[in-house]
Ligand binder design. Structure first.
Ligand code: TRP
Length: 333
């Protein structure tokens, strides 16, 4: 068995939403059947910009686990692990930090953008500045071939591969492996307010765990096309969140295409489209919601999946660390 290795991670600080599903969970569900897959809850990375809120991070670990299992990640096929349970990752990070310049870190485009968004200025936590190197440790510890991520994460994979090449060149051993990023077809799902990105902080998300009445309310309030005022007006479907969601979740593509044509011609009201979207999303969400409720009754089991996964993952990380130390002529037991 020489399956390719997939590794991904989430540093979510709360429940997962439809944007996460489209951007990464859907891919992971497919990949778990074909590859050896590791999915990491990156709690230490989450702490790099939430040091003052450890209880938030602790609670998110359970929320994200519940979402993972409810949506169909199968512990028999996917190893789910908790970053903070694998100290080998931190040790690898310290070695890799010597291979990266401060200047390079300052110019990582995603980190730069985040510093701006979070208004960090000069007070950016040092841990936050180096998280791309920590992420390189996550990826290389498992010798991942494939890293499925959103396009905002491409600079991290690029930086990882720079570290890999430098390490192998300096220490004259091909120990670390370059990874390939895979980005999803629909890179991001708009928010219900029409913002280009669904996100918790923008308060425009539909969560995998939303109750049916919450779903109805959210869809009914969705932004559509600001020029589609009367039913008879022609409407725009490109970038219209209702149709973007239908494209992502409706199985009956013929019906969606007919609706789109009708909407563009004029004569199809927003409410009719929204009612159909409610039906489609409720079909998708109700089994996830039910399964989540079952799992919530047995949090010990849920935590156990994570602990077992972490213990298994630790073996792989520890083997890589050993090879790394040997290549660096460090003493290792
Ligand atoms: N940086 C990723 C994010 O912001 C999370 C993450 C941590 C990750 N470690 C990873 C993603 C390893 C891919 C591979 O969402």
């Amino acid at each position: 068995m020489n399956k390719k290795v997939v590794l991904t991670g989430d540093r979510s600080t709360g429940k997962l939403h439809l944007g996460h599903y489209v951007g990464s969970l859907a891919n992971r569900l497919k990949m778990q059947d074909e590859y050896k897959q590791f999915v990491m809850i990156a709690d230490m990375q989450a702490l790099t910009d939430h040091a003052e809120k450890p209880e938030l991070i602790r609670n998110s670990v359970m929320e994200v686990m519940l979402d993972y299992l409810a949506v169909g990640l199968d512990p028999k096929k996917t190893t789910i692990l908790l970053q903070s349970m694998i100290p080998e990752l931190s040790e690898l990070t310290m070695y890799y930090l010597n291979l990266v310049t401060w200047n390079r870190l300052k110019h990582n485009p995603t980190v730069k953008q985040e510093i701006k968004q979070k208004n960090f200025g000069e007070s950016v936590p040092a841990g936050f500045m180096v998280y791309p190197v920590f992420q390189a440790a996550d990826i290389t510890a498992f010798k991942a071939d494939i890293v499925p991520v959103g396009d905002d994460q491409l600079p991290m994979i690029e930086q990882t591969n720079e570290i890999v090449r430098k390490f192998n060149r300096i220490y004259k051993k091909e120990i670390l492996k370059e990874a390939k990023a895979i980005t999803p077809q629909i890179a991001r799902l708009p928010g219900i307010d029409g913002n280009a990105k669904m996100s918790k902080s923008l308060n425009n998300a539909i969560y995998l765990s939303d109750e049916a009445d919450v779903l109805v309310k959210k869809v009914k309030s969705m932004f559509t096309d600001s020029n589609h005022l009367r039913v008879e007006d022609p409407g725009k479907v490109e970038g219209n969140p209702v149709f973007v969601y239908l494209d992502a979740f409706a199985k009956d593509t013929k019906k969606v295409n007919e609706m789109k044509e009708h909407y563009q011609k004029g004569g199809l009201g927003d409410m009719v489209c929204k009612k159909y979207l409610i039906e489609v999303l409720e079909d998708f969400l109700s089994p996830i919601r039910e399964k989540r409720k079952e799992l919530e009754k047995d949090k010990k089991y849920v935590l156990d999946v994570l602990l077992k996964g972490s213990i298994e993952a630790k073996k792989t990380a520890s083997q890589t660390l050993k090879e790394v130390k040997e290549a660096m002529h460090l003493i290792s037991a």
